[in-house]
Design a binder for this molecule. Structure first.
Ligand code: PLZ
Length: 448
């Protein structure tokens, strides 16, 4: 059934049925599983979520960067429906099937670099990151992994260790996996000596950390998000990524790009690394790849990926056939509709509006950043102290929700308001969503 691409407010948000369901959730679901917005979804399509009270909400979050091709995208629905009827599972490690192989072929074509590649499929971003580290360690025979401030890589034991932020991801969940070292991120807006020095000085700090604390010959991998996601949509200063990648090549260190959030058309390129011509040794993908079904991958240089002994990688469900056909259909949609190009169009619409907002509120909108349909504003109490203003971000978020716009915040200090609309969203909905965001901002900025 197609969902009308229009915002409709039928009740207050959340409505009575959502509230009743939320009471059931509280009684049945672990308190550890949070809820950004307690509206219970009944149907969704394109850029609209329809809740159980009949509200049509505009979606600026894509289920955290997943429904890039839109919710219930027609090709995905068709492919998944047919596959479910054919067979749902055999376990690729027991009796394989073509769809898994086809996804890996597609990954080899689309990911950066024209070297020979191999892939392995998994269920979640965290699982892909864990496996990329396993492969890098096995290939190099080394232990250490270098990650960055503000990094997010997942919630499993190893990926908690790789993730920077304590609350809510790590707090009282230790002890964490060892041999993880953290370097400063090249974060232009908050670089102490100014953005113009950021790439150079952050690179020097990284090299010093590897040399003095780890030892180049002990370093298996450097793992980085080419634009940081949960940590605040931080774009490293231009040139930083390429320098780090070159350093890795020079010292036999596996350079891993975590493109779980940035990958598959989101940033206006197929992958965020493309914008800087950086070719990672291994790349992790998930989220947008499969139109909402759980699928993740590690793709990388054949000699690294093939260094692992037979049976060393795997999992019961990794590369499930239903998820694989969803990925093939989602990728076909991205190609047919030029969704990387669409991400750039969406960026242009957002940039104009966000620039105008920053001009009206230079004290509170500290930074506008991101690429394609992965954009954010960093909110501060004032432009001199740059004190993170999580209260303002929260108030804008709540006002957006009340108006029928689903939004997300992020950042180490919770003060970054991020935009991740489905690339299937039309210009009218994008503009209406921005109207609602602006109104919410104007309302909140006077109170907070
Ligand atoms: N790497 C770069 O963004 C997932 C996390 C939401 P999984 N980001 C959303 C939450 O609060 O749990 C993510 C990511 C990057 C890895 C992951 C992990 O992906 O599929 O959530 O395991």
């Amino acid at each position: 059934m197609t969902v009308e691409q229009r915002r409709i407010l039928a009740t207050e948000i959340p409505g009575p049925r959502s509230q009743a369901l939320h009471a059931r959730k509280t009684a049945a679901v672990s308190a550890g599983i949070g809820t950004t917005l307690p509206v219970y979804v009944e149907r969704a399509g394109g850029g609209i979520l329809v809740d159980v009270d009949g509200n049509h909400l505009i979606d600026f979050g894509s289920g955290i960067a997943v429904t890039t091709v839109g919710n219930a995208a027609p090709r995905v629905v068709e492919a998944v429906t047919a596959q479910v009827a054919d067979f749902t599972h055999t376990c690729f490690m027991v009796t394989p099937y073509e769809e898994y192989v086809a996804v890996c072929e597609k990954l080899a074509d689309l990911t950066p670099g024209d070297h020979e590649k191999r892939s392995a499929l998994f269920n979640s971003g965290a699982e892909a990151v864990e496996n990329a580290v396993k492969v890098a360690r096995h290939h190099t025979g080394r232990d250490a992994v270098v990650v960055f401030d503000h990094a997010y890589h997942g919630r499993t034991n190893l990926t908690m260790a790789l993730t920077a932020k304590n609350m809510p991801y790590k707090h009282r969940f230790g002890p964490f996996a060892g041999e993880v070292y953290r370097a400063p991120m090249a974060y232009p807006y908050r670089w102490p000596t100014g953005p113009e020095n950021c790439a150079e000085e952050a690179y020097a700090a990284f090299v010093d950390l590897v040399h003095s604390q780890v030892g180049e010959e002990n370093c298996a991998a450097v793992l980085i998000e080419p634009i940081q996601g949960e940590g605040g949509f931080i774009e490293p200063a231009p040139g930083f990524l390429a320098k780090v990648a070159d350093f890795c090549r020079e010292h036999g260190i596996v350079f891993i790009a975590d493109e779980v959030q940035t990958g598959f058309a989101r940033t206006g390129d197929w992958f965020a690394c493309d914008a800087e011509g950086v070719v990672p040794d291994l790349i992790t993908t998930a989220k947008g790849m499969a139109g909402g079904l759980p699928l993740a991958a590690v793709t990388g240089r054949a000699e690294i990926m093939d260094s692992v002994h037979v049976g060393g990688l795997g999992g019961t469900y990794g590369g499930n056939p239903v998820a694989c056909v969803a990925a093939l259909a989602a990728i076909e949609t991205m190609e047919a509709q030029d969704l990387p190009g669409r991400a750039k169009q969406i960026e242009a619409i957002f940039r104009e509006r966000l620039d105008a907002l920053a001009a009206r509120h230079p004290e509170r909108v500290g930074d506008i950043r991101g690429r394609g349909a992965m954009l954010a504003v960093e909110l501060v109490t004032d432009s001199t102290s740059k004190t993170p203003d999580a209260a303002l971000a929260g108030a804008v978020h709540r006002a957006c929700a009340a108006a029928g716009l689903v939004t997300l915040t992020c950042g180490t200090y919770g003060n970054v308001f991020r935009f991740l609309p489905p690339l299937a969203m039309g210009d009218t909905l994008v503009s209406e969503g921005l109207d609602l965001f602006e109104a919410a901002f104007e309302e909140a900025v006077n109170d907070v």
